[in-house]
Design a protein around this ligand. Structure first.
Ligand SMILES: [Fe+2]
Ligand SMILES: [Fe+2]
Length: 437
């Protein structure tokens, strides 16, 4: 749908219900870029996607403008939707717009997620922008693609997905008209001279900065500066990941965003939680405990993968009941991962979401159950150790969270052993006939 902004039609989409989450795109993105992530992001939020001016289905501008105009458009959109406060997720260019908006309208921003963005255009980035402008001005898809795209991704992702990228290059050739290239040029020019650094300390909203270690457009150092300058900012760094983190690490990206949004219900809550933490003498993230939480997080992320593969294998074999049971366990593990990420962020640690432990796929149902049981037993041991550690460092809130997860893992073991017992009693072939819906 569209709304009118000063005579320009702006395209936006609403997905799901709940607390609003407004997403602001990077320069070469549009609403369609979120197709695969929208279901997760809108599961418990009202997801608002918008094509910025000169993007996607929104109106083309006729001349140059400053980036501040995009922030004014965002303000008009929220007014149009009668939204008095919302969460904002800004990526790259969209992150800059989000910073501008959060500075201009602090009362409207509940929480802020700034992914792979920078608060200023360094001489290096300025020249990179010029290189992009020259390539775009050629109106040649190949030149545009080869100049702009390789730097946007990590080398490992680019190489591993070369067929997909070449298909995109082909699609650019078919779809991009002069009109699209001119819009890109205006968007790029709207960032010229950008320097918001002095305003960062004015941002009151709790902020999560998502960075990537292989981001060559908005390097880690730029984002450290944002984290250091915004009073209530935390940082998560995605490993082996480039500038387009939502494409390269979609599961980790969504987990980070959702767990951050779930952690704080309001800016006031953040203040209360911070005050409680100081009063209770809980250290700003006992390093050993944060390491233990990250190790548990890697266990959970591995378990999600193992269960998802097993669940899909069972669906493939027609064992629908088993498929559903295993899928539910995968969802439980995902919730555990979210709780751990939220806790690590609260303790001012950095959640490591790109590391996995061993994933053991069984070629048949009996082996799958044995492997899943082994993984759960390992998890129980690890949670017990972490619970002891949390007690030792007197972080009883973390201990409580870990105990609640441990209770879930016990239930998982019960479920798996129940199936193994049934196989023992009735034999595998008969057991499998009971799993067909
Ligand atoms: Fe778990
Ligand atoms: Fe489990």
């Amino acid at each position: 749908m569209h709304f009118d902004f000063g005579g320009k039609q702006v395209y936006f989409e609403l997905h799901g219900q709940g607390e609003p989450l407004l997403v602001l795109n990077g320069i070469f993105m549009n609403c369609a870029s979120w197709a695969s992530l929208a279901p997760s992001l809108s599961h418990s939020h009202q997801l608002i996607l918008v094509d910025l001016l000169d993007q996607g289905y929104s109106a083309r501008m006729t001349g140059d403008y400053g980036q501040a105009l995009q922030a004014e458009m965002v303000s008009a959109l929220l007014k149009h939707l009668s939204i008095e406060s919302c969460n904002i997720l800004g990526i790259s260019y969209g992150g800059q717009v989000a910073i501008r908006f959060a500075v201009a309208h602090p009362q409207l921003v509940k929480r802020l997620v700034l992914a792979n963005t920078t608060a200023y255009v360094s001489p290096w980035l300025e020249d990179l922008g010029h290189a992009w402008s020259y390539a775009i001005s050629s109106y040649d898809a190949r030149q545009f693609f080869k100049t702009c795209m390789p730097l946007i991704y990590s080398p490992q992702f680019y190489s591993a997905n070369i067929a997909w990228l070449h298909a995109r290059e082909q699609a650019f050739q078919e779809r991009f008209t002069k009109d699209v290239y001119d819009a890109f040029l205006r968007l790029l020019r709207s960032t010229e001279g950008l320097d918001l650094r002095v305003h960062l300390p004015e941002i009151a909203a709790p902020t999560l900065v998502i960075s990537s270690d292989c981001d060559y457009i908005t390097p880690l150092a730029d984002q450290k500066l944002i984290v250091q300058s915004i009073p209530h900012a935390k940082q998560a760094v995605l490993k082996d990941c480039g500038h387009a983190s939502m494409y390269e690490k979609p599961v980790e990206f969504v987990s980070l965003v959702l767990s951050f949004l779930a952690d704080f219900t309001s800016w006031q809550d953040y203040g209360i939680m911070a005050a409680n933490r100081e009063r209770n003498g809980v250290m700003k993230g006992n390093d050993k405990l944060i390491d233990a939480l990250n190790s548990l997080l890697a266990d959970e992320l591995s378990a999600i993968n193992q269960y998802m593969v097993h669940s899909e294998m069972c669906a493939n074999w027609g064992y629908d009941k088993l498929h559903t049971k295993i899928e539910r366990r995968a969802i439980d593990e995902m919730k555990h991962a979210e709780k751990l990420i939220a806790r690590i962020l609260f303790l001012e640690g950095t959640p490591i979401v790109s590391e996995l432990k061993g994933i053991y796929i069984g070629a048949d149902v009996a082996t799958q159950l044995a492997n899943d049981r082994a993984a759960e037993m390992g998890a129980v041991d690890a949670y017990n150790s972490a619970i002891i550690l949390a007690g030792e460092v007197r972080d009883f809130a973390t201990r409580e969270i870990l105990e609640s997860i441990l209770a879930d893992e016990d239930k998982h073991i019960d479920q798996i052993e129940e199936s193994q017992d049934q196989i023992g009693h009735m034999g595998l072939p008969i057991f499998l006939t009971t799993q067909v819906s």
